[in-house]
Unconditional design. Sequence first.
Length: 252
Amino acid sequence: MMRAVILAACLGLMSGPAFARAEPPREPFIAVRGEAAVSLPADYATLVIELRGEGDDRISALRQLEETRSRVIDGVSRLQGARAGVTSRQADVQPAYDPQCNDGRYGGRRATGACAPTGYIATMTVWADISPAERIGAAASLASELGASSASFRTGRLADHRAAYAAALQAAYADARRQAEAMAQASGMQLGEIIRLQDADVQLEDPEDQPQAAAIMVTGSRITRPTVELQAAVPPVAVEATVTAVFAIRPR
């Protein structure tokens, strides 16, 4: 979907932050702002997996967490028809207390006494970048089945934005030129050559959302699949580009 916003149109000098550092054109001109968005199918989607282990002591809690982590990640990494790039984002071990000690009155709890820890809880957050993106529902189902305390997926992502942005940039320039031609015609002039073209803005992914590990290849003899496979529709990824363009205009 494409949308356009006219930044300015004039037949003389122009001032403004976008052109404050450059000499204004010496001939009549039209300045326009072109915008465009290109939507492409997602290459992958990120599955956020929460893991948990409990025990009477820290070692027991960590051991259970590691057993669950190994089982879940091994299964997801071998999901039928998919590849997974797996990274661990957060891990923590915390003491657990009797419910009567969780009312806020026992700040700075001691290791002994009525409100000593009754056990320990170890948690870990794992991100798995699943490709193709259409397999994210199956990955979430399998992770839950194998013992994850929760599995949720984020919106789809592109593996490489460069081609998508180049297409969006071309579409934004075409949008700017259409505006300029219409404005020149309305003023009884004809559009000349482009004087200046500036990349005004672009919406890209947060670097934190890029894949953090190489994909793990699936092997045929150990492929896994969930008992119940969740079907999830991953929306396309939109890459936006905005340009500011200045065109010369001349009498007809």
